[in-house]
Design a binder for this molecule. Structure first.
Ligand code: NAD
Ligand code: MG
Length: 385
């Protein structure tokens, strides 16, 4: 029996995780579930799974949560600190599925408690990856990547002989605008941007996939998680999203992980690891699939790729600034305040206006994140004006 906590339990990854956990009640017992403010979904999941605790990050939603849980045995709590406290309760297995850098402090809290911490939430790894990896080593926590590409690499990577790895190849679907012209991209709507061809995901990561900033963030994420130099991590567009990523060895062998485009596959790998568990998806039908295509990403239309690679190479505070500015710009795009191509432009502008020292603590990362958000917010207002 493994105890489980899910941070961000009401989102796309959180719901997929719950689906797997609820299929094997004799194997998994839920300790805490958290959400921002989706009380209805959170309370329903907490009651169904007989969780010990349900937490809303937005404290104004706590009275509604208390009401929804009245007469049940589930305890209710609210506020960002309560989310960290829930993470630090110390479940055997914690899923980090909060969206954005808001997941940084809860991720660190889960790591402090030891146990297995599964990271779907990639933004904290981008902004504070080295500190997260250090903390995991210090507290004896096991980190497992649930992002499908990184989970694929994890399954193919020979950690005993990292020097024998020639390249990591991250696959990218290319998103909904992979065949669009720059002119068409300038005019796309929020609805078009979140309609991903292969995956069903939360709004923020869907927009990131459309700009390909998602692949940029994943490039940085891969450099944090795997002992491979940044220059050896490549990106290839593979529109079917069947190969989730590859590891190329010096002898010419290239190992790939394939599977359906359903996050329950990598989540199940992490949930059962080092064992395996069954998932409800139909096995891949290779004959029906017929072909796998590969092409180079277009750096002109997808400016975010170059911005992310440069931020990774420059290191220090650059990835944190890139991520914070992107979060602000994507939120503005989702609120119909700026155009699609302005997202990368705002990120680039914020990077050009802010050059703090490399952060050495989580508090320093949080301060840099806040200032980059403020600067990006100024540019959003300029665009709107
Ligand atoms: P989502 O928007 O569907 O869900 C986000 C969850 O976080 C919700 O439970 C929400 O209530 C909670 N949340 C939002 N803001 C919060 C805050 N300030 N404090 C605490 N909780 C907050 O997002 P998602 O698509 O499930 O993605 C979650 C993370 O996983 C992201 O970092 C994303 O990049 C990553 N990821 C997602 C997928 C996918 O298929 N959806 C795949 C790979 C990686
Ligand atoms: Mg991914």
């Amino acid at each position: 029996m493994r105890t489980v906590t899910i941070l961000g339990a009401t989102g796309s990854v959180g719901t997929s995780t719950l689906d797997l956990v609820e299929r094997e009640p004799e194997r998994f017992r839920v300790r805490a579930l958290t959400a921002n403010c989706d009380v209805e979904r959170l309370a329903a999941a907490a009651i169904r799974t007989r969780a010990e605790l349900a937490v809303v990050a937005d404290e104004t939603c706590l009275p509604a949560l208390r009401e929804a849980l009245a007469g049940t045995k589930v305890e209710a709590a609210g506020g960002p600190q309560a989310v960290c406290d829930a993470a630090e309760l110390g479940a055997d297995w914690t899923m980090g599925a909060i969206v954005g850098c808001a997941g940084l402090a809860p991720t660190m809290a889960a790591i402090r408690a030891g146990g297995t911490v599964v990271l779907a939430n990639k933004e904290p790894l981008v902004s504070a990856g080295d500190l997260i990896m250090q903390a995991a080593a210090e507290h004896g926590a096991t980190l497992l990547p649930a992002d499908s590409e990184h989970n694929a690499i994890y399954q193919c990577f020979d950690f005993a002989r990292p020097e024998r790895v020639r390249r990591i190849i991250l696959t990218a679907s290319g998103g909904p605008f992979r065949d669009a012209t720059l002119e068409q991209m300038a005019a796309v709507t929020r609805e078009q941007a979140v309609a991903h061809p292969n995956w069903s995901m939360g709004a923020k990561i869907s927009v990131d996939s459309a700009t390909m900033m998602n692949k940029g963030l994943e490039l940085i994420e891969a450099a944090r998680l795997f002992p491979v130099a940044a220059g050896r991590i490549e990106i290839v567009v593979h529109r079917q999203s069947v190969i989730h990523s590859m590891v190329d060895y010096v002898d010419g062998s290239m190992l790939a992980q394939l599977g359906p485009s359903d996050m329950r596959v990598p989540i199940a790998h992490c949930l059962a690891w080092p064992d395996r568990m069954a998932t409800p998806m139909a096995p891949l039908d290779l004959v029906k699939l017929g072909r796998l295509d590969f092409e180079a990403p277009d750096p002109v239309r997808f400016r975010a790729l170059a911005l992310a690679r440069t931020a990774l190479e420059e290191g220090g505070a650059r990835p944190a600034i890139l991520n914070a500015a992107n979060e602000v710009a994507v939120a503005a795009f989702l609120a119909d305040r700026i155009g699609f191509l302005e997202i990368a432009a705002i990120v680039e502008d914020t990077l050009s206006r802010y050059a703090p020292e490399a952060p050495e603590t989580i508090d320093a990362v949080i301060a840099i994140d806040a200032e980059a958000r403020r600067l990006a917010g100024e540019r959003v207002e300029d665009c709107v004006a």
